[in-house]
Write a protein that binds this ligand. Structure first.
Ligand SMILES: *[C@@H]1O[C@H](CO)[C@@H](O)[C@H](O)[C@H]1NC(C)=O
Ligand SMILES: *[C@@H]1O[C@H](CO)[C@@H](O)[C@H](O)[C@H]1NC(C)=O
Ligand SMILES: CC(=O)N[C@H]1CO[C@H](CO)[C@@H](O)[C@@H]1O
Length: 450
């Protein structure tokens, strides 16, 4: 809760300025920060200088364009940087932006001074975030990612693209001035060395800045997957009641029996850890899974307060005002004596942080909690996340990739009731289109990489 209250009270605006050579994961990190902050209701946006450069007409530039002695090209780059900065300032003013990320290379101290100056003039706190690496293998792997996804290399032969890209990096290297403990000691900055093997932190002053630092320190790039499942169908599900702490129904137990096989199919021999809530139905669902298990109170279902144990029909009858208010703004609505989706997101924040640090995890939890976790990974907007359909008896696999998350849904083919309630009704059950409505979020690739 403190999180956004603090940022509002301080009336603080931060500009995170990315620094580093190409192929150091700057855009990747920038996009993740935006997604994380947005999920926490902190208004954040990324301004990618490369996009402005392409709009300004550099077309498909070759490495020559990035030669710092090439005057005409330098002008285009300067203009692109100015256009990005201009839009960014407008965004702070007109849309009450809180954290902007300026995603460019900013390799020279002169360029950084320029950004510093324009931020200071507008009472915006600049914070530099450098990704520095000398791990050649990783850089080459990154380059192969970049050349297959960068708009600069659309339709270009991969070998040509690689050598051109290496040349481009070499041009930047000639002028690159990394952040320096001595020369930049007055700046607020974070320097990530070889991802987060070593992290240098300098003059971090506000709570919001420290949150961003803590987040990036927890990121890793080892390949891994996250599996999500709701508990099997419960006795309360069958009785159409919400909340409670009931056992699984017979079909729910069938799902629990089948789950180890589904997981094995999807994960192979990978070692994973199971996280469940503290409620009986998630533990019964996970009971046959042959992996290490951990219980989290933070994964318990959204607390329905006075409505716990009631059906939607009963709620509509007994608390008609509440029933309507919840439909109107499901994200903010808090059950009397219970929680809202926003409350759940706040209590899930440590879970998300720990998930970023971990490798293969299977989470067995509840509908509302799963929606919130899914929304984080898939960048689903707040107005929509509480309405997402996440059916029972389905295993979801999330595979974070360089520029988005891939989703696979594996159905257990064990029938279950639907607990989905559409807007404006107290009946449960889904209309047929639901599955397709959220396809848009299946691959959340940032604009700069499309
Ligand atoms: C590339 O390398 C950097 C470290 O230099 C890393 O942080 C980043 O995540 C890597 N991956 C991509 C896709 O850029
Ligand atoms: C840091 O700030 C101090 C005090 O304002 C100033 O005297 C000094 O020159 C600055 N150092 C650098 C390296 O910019
Ligand atoms: C010299 C240099 O690489 N400068 C870059 C710094 O960042 C701006 C925008 O923030 C880029 O447009 C420049 O190319």
């Amino acid at each position: 809760m403190a999180f956004y209250t603090v940022s509002n009270v301080e009336n603080l605006r931060i500009c995170v300025v990315m620094v580093g050579l190409p192929a150091r994961g700057k855009s990747f990190i920038a996009q993740k920060i935006v997604r994380y902050l947005s999920w926490l209701s902190i208004k954040a946006k990324c301004f990618n200088v490369g996009n402005y450069r392409r709009k300004a007409g550099s077309g498909h530039p070759d490495a020559e364009f990035f030669d710092f002695n090439n005057k005409a090209a330098f002008k285009i780059r300067q203009k692109a940087a100015e256009a990005a900065a201009y839009d960014m300032m407008k965004w702070y003013e007109e849309e009450n932006g809180v954290v902007a990320i300026l995603d460019g290379t900013n390799t020279t101290r002169e360029r950084r001074d320029w950004i510093l100056k324009i931020c200071r003039e507008r009472a915006i706190e600049p914070m530099f975030l450098e990704s520095w690496s000398d791990d050649t293998d990783m850089i080459l792997r990154n380059i192969s990612d970049v050349k297959t996804s960068s708009p600069d290399y659309e339709g270009v032969d991969p070998d040509v693209a690689t050598s051109d890209f290496l040349e481009r990096i070499a041009k930047y290297e000639q002028v690159y001035e990394p952040l320096d403990r001595e020369k930049d000691k007055n700046l607020t900055y974070v320097k990530l060395i070889n991802v987060a093997q070593e992290v240098v932190i300098n003059r971090i002053q506000t709570y919001l800045e420290s949150r961003v630092v803590f987040y990036v320190m927890n990121l890793h790039i080892r390949p891994r997957c996250i599996w999500l499942s709701r508990h099997g169908e419960s006795v309360y599900n069958v009785e159409k009641k919400i909340g409670g702490d009931s056992c699984l129904s017979e079909r729910g137990f069938q799902y629990a029996k089948k789950l180890p096989e589904l997981v094995k199919q999807s994960a192979g021999d990978a070692d994973l850890t199971i996280w469940t809530s503290t409620l009986i139905r998630t533990q019964q669902t996970a009971q046959d899974l042959p992996y290490k298990q951990l219980q989290w109170k933070a994964l318990d279902e959204l607390d329905a307060g006075v409505c716990d144990g009631m059906t939607y029909e009963e709620i509509e009858e007994k608390y008609p005002g509440d029933f309507k208010a919840r439909d109107e703004n499901k994200y903010e609505y808090r059950y009397p004596g219970g929680e809202s989706y926003r409350d759940v997101v706040i209590r899930l924040e440590p879970i998300i942080m720990e998930l970023e640090r971990q490798e293969n995890i299977l989470i067995v939890t509840h509908q509302a909690v799963l929606r919130c976790i899914y929304a984080y990974f898939m960048n689903v907007p707040q107005e929509e996340s509480p309405w997402m359909s996440i059916p029972l008896h389905t295993l979801i696999k999330l595979e974070p990739k360089a520029y988005g998350t891939e989703v696979t849904k594996i159905k257990a083919n064990i029938p279950a009731v639907s607990t989905y309630k559409e807007k404006g009704t107290s009946r449960v059950g889904e209309s047929t289109q639901d599955g397709t409505k959220y396809q848009n979020f299946l691959l959340s690739i940032p604009e700069s990489k499309r």
